[in-house]
Design a protein. Structure first.
Length: 334
């Protein structure tokens, strides 16, 4: 976090080492997995966090520490071997005198408890394994110039920065620089080795075009270039930021409706409205239609007008023939 300790903070905390200094202030911040990077208005680059893979660009501090510890352990082992050789002649002299030397006791070696003990030791490696305050990347900007040094060679102001995973990138006026873990060729150095200080990429990778913008993923990088080496990004000046005034055509207003003038009660004529009689809607009724059957003329009753005999007429009236559906279906006799 760059606040001077390794404890968590649940509220925003001010990074005092990045306060404005002589008119210079931070304008851009990016973060990797275990490190952060910042750029100021004048182009200075600061990094803080873990540096086990060289992601801070301040050198292989942790690798040098491990190398130094290995050399110290090797020197210590050689010294112990010399002491052991100097003790052997005494045992041989005792053996010649007839006395048997006592067997040598093996030194008890305590086994480490895996990574926990190593981590406990590495937690105290301030400015070696990790940096808890922002560090200036001096390979890109040198504060104090020595005699005969060219300022343009030792001071390379950064235009944009970015970081991801265990590596960092910076676009400077003279080119693109990368540093950190080089796994999967993510640094653009045509190798998968780490770069512990800013490494300048070959401009032929971008066809000699000027790099305008860069973005970093976990294990890949995307670069946006101009179409020529002299390409420039448009500066956001006041003229560029001014937008043309919007021309809004006013919508025509509708004419207000004329107010209705109500006539006085004395002048109003009451008209008698005739009642409107609506014709009833006739609904179709269901009419049962009997089936048509063939009927014989002989079975129909004779009309009364055709009967001349009074007795036959009375008989025909008193005893009308009863017809049924079966009679219609019966065939006539003969």
């Amino acid at each position: 976090m760059g606040i001077g300790n390794k404890f968590n903070s649940s509220v925003p905390t001010r990074v005092k080492d990045l306060d404005p200094f002589e008119g210079d202030y931070v304008v851009e911040v990016a973060g990797g997995e275990h490190h952060s990077i910042a750029r100021t208005k004048d182009g200075l680059v600061y990094c803080w966090g873990r540096n086990d893979e060289g992601q801070l660009g301040v050198g292989d501090t942790y690798g040098e520490y491990r190398k130094q510890k290995a050399e110290e352990e090797l020197a210590k082992a050689e010294e112990q071997a010399k002491v052991a050789e100097s003790v052997k002649p005494e045992h041989t002299a005792e053996a010649v005198a007839g006395e048997q030397p006592e067997p040598e006791k093996k030194a008890s070696v305590k086994k480490s408890r895996g990574d926990k003990t190593n981590v406990a030791k590495e937690e105290d490696l301030k400015y070696i394994y990790y940096f808890y305050r922002p560090q200036l990347v001096e390979s890109l900007w040198k504060w104090e110039l020595a005699e005969g040094e060219n300022e343009t060679e030792v001071r390379k102001p950064a235009i944009q920065i970015n970081a991801a995973g265990q590596y960092s990138y910076a676009i400077c006026k003279d080119g693109v620089y990368s540093w950190g873990m080089g796994e999967n060729y993510v640094l653009g150095n045509r190798d998968d080795n780490n770069e512990f200080k800013p490494y300048k990429l070959d401009p032929r990778m971008f066809e000699e075009n000027r790099v305008a913008m860069i973005a970093c993923g976990t294990m890949h990088v995307v670069v946006l270039t101009h179409d020529s080496p002299d390409g420039k990004m448009p500066e956001l000046t006041e003229k560029v930021m001014e937008l043309p005034a919007l021309q809004v055509t006013p919508t025509p207003k509708k004419a207000a409706p004329k107010p209705k003038v109500e006539k006085p009660v004395t002048e109003q004529h009451t008209e008698i409205q005739k009642p409107q009689i609506k014709a009833p809607i006739l609904k179709p009724e269901f009419v049962e239609v009997l089936p048509q059957y063939p009927v014989s003329v002989m079975e129909l009753p004779k009309p009364i007008e055709a009967v001349h005999n009074h007795h036959e007429a009375s008989t025909a009236i008193l005893e009308p023939p009863l017809l049924s559906s079966c009679d219609f279906l019966r065939k006539p006799p003969g």
